[in-house]
Design a protein around this ligand. Structure first.
Ligand SMILES: Nc1ncnc2c1ncn2[C@@H]1O[C@H](COP(=O)(O)OP(=O)(O)OP(=O)(O)O)[C@@H](O)[C@H]1O
Ligand SMILES: [Mg+2]
Length: 429
């Protein structure tokens, strides 16, 4: 054990232990370094999964279940992460998943790069708070630039108008339906078809629990068991046609947390919306995740139709813009902004690396071409299509996703930089 001898104010000797592994508490710059290391480790795992040529991960759960996936949020969720800061990275990916649904790998790669760059700045003696402030400024520049290079995507105004009208109509319809059901005195609805989350929310508000997508045979069984009648139209609902059951409860069991609804003796099955077939369970699961990501992108486009082009092109363009803005800053934050600009390059670098290109060469080439050709759509030609113009390749990403990635990654980086002490609940003060 290495350590050094010191004396307290009464002259009594004590030993300061330098042995890092045994220390549960880290403070100051040591804490920052250790946090950055943990965050970098998590980002390092996801780096190779980024992009169309990204590799999959095979994850084995404690009871032997296997997941093969490329989805950042899923990889992190299934990894048994212990380190507190690494857990924050897992949550970061989850936030992107909740907010946007896609871009969960990219956001972690970006956050990892931001922290890696921050480490260098700390080594040069720049205070963590100044780094955080510089990053904040850079993020503002990057987001403004993103909007500048974004383009409208053809979700026609008519589509939007229709969408809005449809929603209003839907809402009105739901209100009447819920009222009709309540008027009969029913306190549970079982429906053979689906109703969307909005209706579900309304039902919940009106305190009318409802079960959707109950299969044909099951709904018949429930009808038989409860003595209820299946009615095809809301207008036909009357008090006499209601069934009764003692209790209805939801059970969740097993390690897979599968849920089941129990209505006295008969139970019903789960909701299915898209039918996916595959050679084995793992492929189907990954298919589901891909469809979920794709559906999220569509939803985001309906909400905000602005897009940027992918393949790392927006990151390169923003990196150039931030580097340019940094030159005009006279304070210390200039360095943090430069680092931010470098961190943005982590995405195109990873894409190039994962596609088997020499990363630095490819990036340098595209960077210079973006400037020379004044074209922010130039990115990594991952699929070897012969052009770097992502517009020609039709590789698009939503503006909202890119912006969320930058904002969330910076938010987390700033948070980690502001932590200089970690204590477990068992640690003594
Ligand atoms: N055909 C393509 N050519 C070049 N780049 C592409 C292509 N397809 C996707 N990309 C880029 O790959 C990146 C997205 O990779 P990926 O979908 O693996 O990760 P993610 O979206 O960050 O996370 P996840 O999909 O796991 O939630 C984006 O930068 C996107 O622009
Ligand atoms: Mg994706």
């Amino acid at each position: 054990m290495s350590g050094s001898l010191a004396f307290d104010e009464y002259g009594r000797p004590f030993i300061i232990i330098r042995d890092q592994e045994r220390k549960s508490r880290l403070t100051g710059i040591e804490a920052h370094k250790s946090h950055i290391m943990a965050a970098k480790a998590v980002a390092g795992v996801l780096r190779t999964s980024l992009g169309p040529k990204g590799l999959d991960k095979l994850l084995v759960s404690p009871d032997g279940d296997i997941t093969v996936t490329n989805d950042g949020a899923t990889i992190l969720k299934q990894m048994d992460v212990q380190h507190q800061i690494a857990k924050l990275m897992v949550q970061l990916s989850q936030s992107q998943d909740d907010e946007i649904g896609d871009g969960t790998t990219g956001v972690v790669v970006l956050a990892g790069a931001l922290l890696e760059q921050a480490e260098k700045l700390l080594d040069r003696g720049i205070h963590p708070i100044r780094v955080a402030d510089g990053y904040e400024m850079a993020a503002t520049v990057a987001c403004e630039h993103l909007e500048k290079i974004s383009e409208g995507f053809k979700v026609t105004p008519k589509d939007r108008e229709d969408y809005r009208k449809l929603r209003e109509y839907e809402l009105q319809k739901f209100e009447t339906m819920v009222k009709q059901v309540k008027d009969t005195g029913a306190n549970l609805v079982i429906c053979q078809w689906g109703f969307d989350d909005e209706a579900n929310h309304l039902l919940l508000q009106r305190k009318l629990p409802a079960v959707r997508w109950v299969g044909g045979p099951e709904i018949e069984l429930i009808a038989i068991a409860t003595g209820g009648r299946i009615v095809p139209r809301f207008e036909e609902l009357t008090k006499e046609k209601l069934g009764t059951a003692g209790t209805v409860r939801e059970l969740s069991f097993g390690t897979t947390k599968e849920k089941m609804l129990v209505i006295e003796d008969c139970n019903n099955s789960r909701a299915v919306t898209i039918f996916i077939r595959g050679g084995n369970k793992m492929i189907v699961e990954e298919g589901k995740r891909s469809i979920h990501d794709a559906l999220c992108v569509i939803r985001n486009l309906v909400k905000d139709s602005r897009i940027v082009y992918g393949g790392g092109a927006p990151e390169i363009s923003c990196s150039l813009a931030v580097a340019e803005a940094a030159k005009k800053i006279s304070t210390l934050e200039q360095y943090a902004m430069k680092s931010f600009s470098e961190a943005l390059e982590s995405v195109p670098l990873a894409l190039a690396e994962n596609s088997g290109f020499a990363p630095i060469h490819t990036l340098a080439d595209i960077k210079s071409r973006q400037i020379k050709e004044k074209n922010p759509r130039l990115g990594i030609d991952c699929l070897n299509k012969g052009t770097n113009d992502m517009k020609t390749q039709s590789v698009i990403e939503t503006l909202s996703s890119k912006r969320a990635q930058i904002l969330l990654a910076v938010q987390l980086t700033k948070m980690i930089l502001k932590i200089d002490d970690v204590r477990g609940s068992a640690d003594q003060v």
